[in-house]
Ligand binder design. Structure first.
Ligand SMILES: Cc1cc2nc3c(=O)[nH]c(=O)nc-3n(C[C@H](O)[C@H](O)[C@H](O)COP(=O)(O)OP(=O)(O)OC[C@H]3O[C@@H](n4cnc5c(N)ncnc54)[C@H](O)[C@@H]3O)c2cc1C
Length: 362
């Protein structure tokens, strides 16, 4: 399963990109203009951006990119809306925090992946849940809001990831967050992502925290604050008793914008290239094969398993693997889309997103 730090790395990366790079918003071309694509014709819809996957990252992208009315976004999600039986009511199985385990037991909103037998784990098959619904895995996850450790970000910077030290990441965490306890040096108080302090009066919770301290662990007042280690109350992406998924935080507020088309049950099967440039996608909806084109960018935010898989299906990956699979090679990209990544517990979303948007740094 993708670690929490991995998830935040991805999402933070996207925010950083938007905040740093005004070009995303400052120039635009009409979504009517599909001239960048040799395959586009007048009947084929075209948008400034095509975003694949309405998960944690995809919902952020859909919102931020459509803040500029000059831009247009087509957001394609393989799964359904996070609603109850096609109605306008939210699905309680997703939005009621205590119902968390329901969606882990079947494939209704879940890709329900299982690994091959793992040689180094006594050949056990590991269950690998991933969200397949508006909000993606943020509609299925355990709602714990915990950032990576500050020293990990600092190490990334030392190892060459310029601009990724904790001090430079922190403003983006704060910008995203609306913490119920208000803002301070570490917390945001007015962002779209609602975060509340875990609360319970259950005596066992209290006893657990006391036991941790008796065992020598420090108490920490804020796991995302100055002292990340220790026992204490966790922060949760819950608001007024409901799960605050990426769909709630970013997608729903943007749905009324005329420059956003958010379609569901759209399984993207291929990214279309003009030479080495991604210009559109092919997808299947209700059994019908369709195409949509992007004047500016195709953004792949399909998650840790599906993003590299879709890149490979589209001809981007290790050339030897692609040839074995009979897939014409668009770009030999060893490592990042390594077949083995699918068998590793820490597949890296960033490499996948980066590969499709490599004209600008994340
Ligand atoms: C059970 C579980 C518990 C977790 N608990 C926590 C936690 O408590 N705290 C925490 O911080 N993190 C947790 N995580 C991890 C976190 O939820 C993920 O890391 C994060 O949501 C990943 O975001 P993403 O945008 O990369 O992918 P996702 O949110 O998974 O989004 C990918 C989206 O793309 C769609 N998609 C994929 N392929 C295609 C395609 N071909 N065509 C169209 N659409 C496609 C998917 O259906 C999905 O909606 C948990 C994850 C799971 C599964």
């Amino acid at each position: 399963m993708v670690g929490q730090a991995g998830a935040y790395r991805l999402v933070t990366g996207i925010w950083r990109r938007f905040m740093k790079d005004g070009r995303c918003f400052s120039t635009s071309s009409s979504h009517q203009n599909a001239s960048s694509s040799p395959s586009a014709n007048q009947k084929t819809p075209s948008y400034s951006y095509v975003v694949i996957g309405a998960g944690s990252a995809g919902c952020v992208l859909a919102n931020r990119l459509t803040e500029d009315p000059q831009e247009s976004v087509c957001l394609l999600e393989a799964g359904p809306k996070d609603k109850w039986l096609g109605s306008s009511r939210l699905s309680w199985k997703i939005h009621m925090p205590a119902a968390l385990t329901y969606n882990l037991c079947d494939d209704k909103y879940n890709w329900y992946y299982h690994t091959l037998p793992q040689a180094h784990m006594d050949n056990r098959v590991m269950y690998w849940p991933r969200g397949r619904v508006w909000g993606g895995s943020s509609s299925l996850n355990a709602m714990v809001y915990i950032r990576g450790h500050a020293e990990d970000y600092n190490r990334w910077q030392r190892e060459g990831a310029e601009g990724w030290d904790y001090e430079q990441c922190l403003p983006y965490f704060r910008k995203a967050q609306c913490h119920e306890l208000g803002e301070n040096r570490y917390r945001g108080g007015s962002g779209p992502l609602r975060v509340s302090r875990g609360k319970t009066n259950h005596p066992l919770h209290k006893a657990f925290i006391e036991a941790g301290q008796q065992a020598g662990y420090p108490f920490t007042d804020d796991m995302n604050g100055n002292q990340q280690e220790g026992v204490g109350w966790m922060d949760m992406t819950i608001y007024k008793g409901k799960r605050w998924s990426s769909a709630s935080a970013y997608l729903r507020p943007a749905l009324g914008r005329p420059n956003l088309k958010a379609d569901v049950h759209c399984m993207t099967t291929k990214i279309l290239f003009d030479g080495k440039r991604a210009v559109g996608v092919e997808y299947v909806q209700s059994g019908e094969k369709k195409r949509v084109f992007a004047d500016k960018e195709v953004i792949l935010s399909g998650g840790a398993v599906n993003s590299p898989q879709l890149l490979m299906l589209s001809g981007v990956g290790n050339a030897d693997d692609l040839k074995d699979l009979g897939i014409p090679v668009i770009q030999h990209l060893p490592g990042a889309m390594d077949c083995n990544a699918l068998h590793k517990p820490h597949g890296d979303d960033i490499s996948a997103v980066n590969a499709m948007t490599q004209e600008k740094p994340l």
